[in-house]
Ligand binder design. Structure first.
Ligand SMILES: C[S@@+](CC[C@H](N)C(=O)[O-])C[C@H]1O[C@@H](n2cnc3c(N)ncnc32)[C@H](O)[C@@H]1O
Length: 203
């Protein structure tokens, strides 16, 4: 589901898929290495303040990684599946997972969560951002699993409830969880968007 072929094809045809600013990036630990899962064209990494040399981005799409390397040459990028990370246990002080977990099956989401926590150092923080069931796209397209919809691009998206997101990343300790909405205007019409931002700490 949402394998590298679909993502590669989207990046190949459309170039940088993710543009504009990234709002609400929380304060990251001042030192130590940071990993972003599913970094895409490095929109989030480009918005992180400070020395990008401590950041590693992984993505399943090699086309995305070429765009990411061009955007933030100081960071390290490698092609990898977030369900099978090529890093030792406890390598990173922070892991960012923005809009990747929701592009996996239920089984894949559980594996990603275990991998994200495995590579996180004890006391390290995990930042998760996903679309919620309050987003206007929830329900649009073909439902492939409960609350997971495939749209014309071939990409699948799962829409979360807050409880579901919290449960997925247990046993990490939940530090904060917030639903945040805004309005997106498309061809003169307003549509509600909604994400859940969650922060966890590995004990
Ligand atoms: C919606 S984009 C988000 C990009 C970026 N995190 C952002 O917020 O701008 C999802 C990204 O996850 C990547 N992806 C999807 N499944 C993946 C997997 N199993 N392992 C690694 N990356 C994956 C896709 O190639 C895509 O670049």
């Amino acid at each position: 589901m949402s394998g590298s072929e679909e993502w590669d094809e989207n990046y190949r045809q459309r170039g940088r898929l993710w543009t504009g600013g990234v709002t609400g990036i929380p304060p990251l630990p001042p030192e130590g290495s940071i990993l972003e899962l599913g970094c895409g064209n490095a929109k989030t990494i480009a918005a992180v303040e400070g020395d990008a040399r401590r950041i590693t981005g992984i993505d399943i799409s090699r086309h995305a990684l070429a765009l990411a390397r061009a955007a933030v040459p100081q960071a390290t990028f490698c092609q990898a599946d977030a369900r099978n990370l090529p890093f030792r246990d406890g390598t990173f002080f922070a892991v960012i997972a923005y809009h990747i977990t929701g592009h996996l099956t239920a089984a894949g989401r559980a594996v990603l969560a275990a991998e994200a926590l495995r590579v996180l150092a004890s006391g390290g923080v995990l930042f998760v951002r996903e679309f919620s069931t309050g987003d206007f796209r929830c329900g649009k397209g073909t439902e492939t699993e409960s609350m997971t919809f495939r749209r014309g691009t071939g990409i699948y998206t799962h829409y979360f409830t807050p409880d579901e997101l919290e449960a997925l990343f247990a046993p990490a300790r939940l530090i904060s969880l917030e639903s945040r909405g805004w309005v997106m205007r498309i061809r003169g019409k307003d549509y509600p968007r909604e994400v859940i931002d969650a922060v966890f700490r590995r004990e």
